[in-house]
Ligand binder design. Structure first.
Ligand code: PMP
Length: 420
């Protein structure tokens, strides 16, 4: 049966859908932090989809909410009201500080970021958008223009794809990079770091200013930042950098957008949102992935003022956004995070695991920087790639111990192979 699946995949699914492994797992079932394959083997899921299954696979409370709603009403479109969208909007907005109180529900992170581009442009009367080198903001036309990380960089001839025809005014600064670290005390062993990227905040800001003054932008519409860069390898900025960058953008009339698609909903432990860890207040927050625990759902939250600017210029419509089933699931996810203290668990288990993983640096030469916050942990495999850990927020310390041991034995095997 498995070989048949591989065959169908090859014949009928687009070749851009590349699997991570030559023989990808065929997954049949999930329960909380566990996944089960077609032969009944179980796996401790330490990436939760792609940082998506926030409260655990098929969490009973989330499942029950979805099933209840599936039996009642699936779809109304945004033209009609249904009680769950209002209930959800109230719950979600309560989790955001003033004046971030107006919510638009959509279906994916890319859609959320596309909408944020429209909002920033409608509000600022400008068109230029800035994003970081190493950023991942999605795959739809605008979002792809903001994305600039490794394999996802677009490399198409003129006239094809996003750049430069569809969003000619999206550009990036020469700052950032895939191996930047925010901890000056960390000694980085044989890292593959580019010489220009392990810099202190002041140098970052100087580069940022340079970009702003030399860029084509006369005035800025918006500036996108992930509080921790996700796809790029859980990369953190120097402390205080985002705060200063937000100020510079605002001085030039731009709005600041936090992409919380990976960092939101308590994953970082110390705070519910990633932007709070930088002590900044964005004008627009985009969110997806963990919001629906794996169900297609996303949101853009902004200020009444920005929401009005968009409404003045555009009738924005989204067929599936805020559908009753998604809202039922979203509400249940928020309740579970609170009732089961999952944000606190992320903080506790994440910090515990980070320390354990950091110790592997003493044992293995190839383990470089170990960084992160809560359950978003990156391990630099020296002169190679980054290993990312982001399990569901329900994992326990014994499971973290188990995962670190598995990782350790993989490293031992790797070292043995290399020595041969
Ligand atoms: N922003 C970030 C930070 C992401 O990690 C992703 C997905 N990896 C997206 C946006 C795009 O989300 P989606 O795949 O739901 O369109």
């Amino acid at each position: 049966a498995y070989s048949r699946v591989l065959e169908i995949h090859k014949q009928h699914l687009s070749p851009v859908l590349t699997a991570y492994f030559p023989e990808p797992l065929l997954l049949h079932q999930g329960h909380m932090e566990w996944l089960f394959d077609h032969e009944g083997n179980r796996y401790l899921d330490f990436f939760s989809g792609i940082v998506t299954v926030s409260v655990g696979h098929c969490h009973p409370k989330v499942n029950a909410a979805a099933q209840r709603q599936l039996g009642r009403l699936w779809h109304t479109s945004s033209v009609f009201f249904h009680p769950l969208i209002h209930e959800y909007a109230e719950k979600l907005s309560a989790l955001l500080p003033e004046p971030l109180k107006v919510i638009f529900l959509v279906n994916s992170g890319s859609e959320a970021n596309d909408l944020a581009v429209l909002m920033a442009r409608a509000h600022s009367n400008s068109t230029d958008i800035i994003s970081f080198r190493g950023a991942y903001h999605g795959c739809s036309p605008y979002a792809l223009g903001l994305t600039n990380v490794g394999i996802y960089k677009m490399d198409l001839p003129h006239g094809m794809g996003c750049q430069p025809t569809m969003c000619p005014d999206v550009f990036r600064g020469p700052w950032g990079g895939s191996h930047c670290r925010d901890s000056p005390v960390q000694t980085i062993r044989k890292c593959s770091c580019a010489p220009d990227c392990c810099q202190a905040k002041d140098q970052y800001i100087e580069q940022f200013k340079d970009t702003l003054s030399t860029s084509v932008a006369k005035s800025i519409a918006g500036f996108f930042a992930e509080p921790i860069q996700g796809v790029n390898g859980f990369v953190q900025y120097p402390k205080g950098f985002l705060k200063d960058a937000f100020e510079l953008v605002r001085e030039r009339g731009g709005v600041c957008i936090a992409d919380e698609v990976q960092t939101g909903f308590g994953r970082l432990g110390s705070h519910f949102w990633g932007f709070q860890t930088h002590d900044v207040l964005p004008d627009i927050v985009t969110m997806a992935k963990g919001i629906g625990n794996g169900f297609p759902m996303a949101a853009v939250v902004t200020t009444p003022e920005i929401a009005k600017s968009l409404a003045k210029r555009l009738l924005h419509f989204n067929t599936f956004g805020g559908n009753p089933v998604a809202c039922a699931i979203g509400s249940a996810v928020l309740e579970v995070i609170k009732e089961e203290n999952l944000q606190e668990n992320s903080q506790e288990v994440g910090t515990y695991m980070l320390l354990k993983l950091a110790k592997l640096r003493d044992e293995f030469e190839i383990v470089g920087d170990v960084r992160g916050k809560g359950l978003m942990i990156g391990i630099e495999m020296v002169k190679d790639k980054t290993f990312r850990i982001a399990p569901s927020m329900c994992i326990t310390k014994p499971e973290a111990d188990f995962a670190v041991e598995v990782f350790r034995s993989a490293l031992i095997q790797h070292m043995k192979r290399r020595a041969k």
